[in-house]
Design a protein around this ligand. Structure first.
Ligand SMILES: C[S@@+](CC[C@H](N)C(=O)[O-])C[C@H]1O[C@@H](n2cnc3c(N)ncnc32)[C@H](O)[C@@H]1O
Length: 404
């Protein structure tokens, strides 16, 4: 394992030295800076429920920090001492320059241009332990997390972002197609990725604020993307007595309705792991933006919802002097609509129909792959595969080291 670990590090570093995966020129481009700031604040303050205040005066370590754009935001939000580690010395140099540029170098405690498997932080503990988009590029993602989480302070938060296996599955299949056709021939890999996944790359450039080369090199040329599942990460949380705090996309279970008085169901516990299946199926086959899911796939609920609202309305505000039992009649008329229509149809479509289509897509892809023919592969049309968002490329999971 140790030998493979070093070999993989070298191969990944070789690619990253030629095309840096994270650098965005925010010091020269005010619009880009503001876009990235807005995106980060939306993600942390609202999607992940970690408000700016918790960063005030905090200590933070970032493993695989890259060129430091995100760490700069943590400093701007008030982090007092930031420690950064990345095996790419070019990235560390640029991170230091970026902090100087924004006059935030006072918040940079220490930088290490080293593999995080080699760095020795002793017994040091941090309020935030961050590993953003990095552990999947090693031979031992869970071993890496195991090491990082040992440095989390009591009452601190860990921020882990990674390509979760179900969300990443479509990209994994893209990689498999490319390697099957082109082996390790870099020129061919670039050419075929453009020919086969042009739409996906263009979309990623638009949303990820990275260049075409950065997307292609980080997703397809990168020799290692070893994606764990969400359950793997929850398992390592449990080992370190870390509670699941929040994630994006969410892993909330809509069917759990125990009283608030009952202690929370701990998703880190393996007895709950299967309850994330619906979320993982959704990530695996994700294609549409939320607005399209709401307006198109769940359009039936837009018709059903007013009936439900009126049903509730008829039984609202039951006061002590109220004996109008005719409320029931009116309420039942509305409920009848919901009872007679099959309100689970959008869910069935979301899960079953899409799953069947996904299966058919993979079956036809498998047949075409056997012929190893680029032209034939280009002609394939899919129902689900490689559409829109192409799954979920990255997820964030927050853990809290708490007493209870
Ligand atoms: C995709 S980039 C993400 C960078 C940054 N965290 C971000 O989100 O923009 C992955 C980073 O992990 C670093 N990395 C990968 N394996 C590493 C290792 N074993 N030790 C230290 N850094 C590593 C790479 O050098 C690269 O900068």
């Amino acid at each position: 394992m140790a030998k493979d670990l070093k070999k993989t590090e070298q191969k990944v570093l070789d690619v990253y030295t030629r095309v840096n995966p994270s650098e965005r020129p925010i010091e020269h481009d005010q619009e880009l800076f503001q876009d990235m700031r807005r995106m980060r604040e939306d993600l942390f303050f609202y999607k992940l429920h970690l408000p700016k205040k918790v960063f005030q005066d905090a200590t933070l370590v970032s493993f695989g920090c890259g060129t430091g754009e995100y760490e700069l935001f943590y400093a701007l939000w008030g982090c007092r001492e930031i420690t950064t580690i990345d095996m790419n010395p070019i990235s560390i140099k640029r991170l230091e320059g970026l902090f100087r540029n924004f006059e935030m170098d006072h918040a940079l405690k220490k930088t290490y241009a080293q593999s995080y498997f080699d760095v020795d932080l002793g017994e040091e503990k941090f309020d935030f332990v961050v590993a953003d988009g990095t552990v999947v590029h090693t031979e031992d993602p869970i071993g890496a997390l195991d090491k990082f989480l040992g440095h989390l302070e009591e009452d601190g938060f860990t921020v882990i972002s990674f390509a979760e296996l179900s969300g990443m599955l479509q990209r994994n299949i893209q990689r498999l197609i490319l390697y099957h056709l082109a082996g390790e021939n870099e020129e061919l890999l670039v050419d075929y990725s453009e020919q086969l996944f042009e739409e996906h790359i263009t979309r990623s450039v638009k949303f990820g604020k990275r260049t075409r080369a950065q997307i292609i090199y980080d997703t397809y040329i990168n020799p290692k993307i070893k994606t764990p599942t969400i359950q793997d990460v929850l398992g390592i949380f449990k080992k370190h007595s870390i509670s699941f705090y929040s994630s994006y996309p969410s892993i909330a279970v809509p069917f759990f309705t125990s009283s608030f008085r009952v202690e929370r169901s701990r998703l880190e516990d393996p007895s709950f792991h299967h309850m994330i299946l619906l979320n993982q199926l959704a990530w695996m086959m994700a294609a549409e933006e939320d607005i399209e899911v709401s307006q198109d796939i769940f359009s039936q609920w837009r018709i059903g919802f007013p009936h439900f609202s009126r049903f509730l309305g008829h039984l609202y505000d039951i006061s002590s002097n109220d004996d109008h039992i005719e409320r029931f009649e009116a309420a039942l008329v509305e409920l009848a609509y919901l009872a007679e229509e099959d309100m689970s149809l959008p869910v069935q479509f979301f899960v079953n129909t899409r799953c069947k289509e996904f299966y058919q897509d993979l079956e036809s892809l498998m047949t075409a792959l056997k012929n190893k023919d680029l032209a034939e592969l280009k002609k394939l049309t899919f129902h689900r595969l490689f559409k829109g968002t192409c799954g979920v490329g990255n997820m964030y999971i927050i853990g809290h080291k708490g007493q209870s």
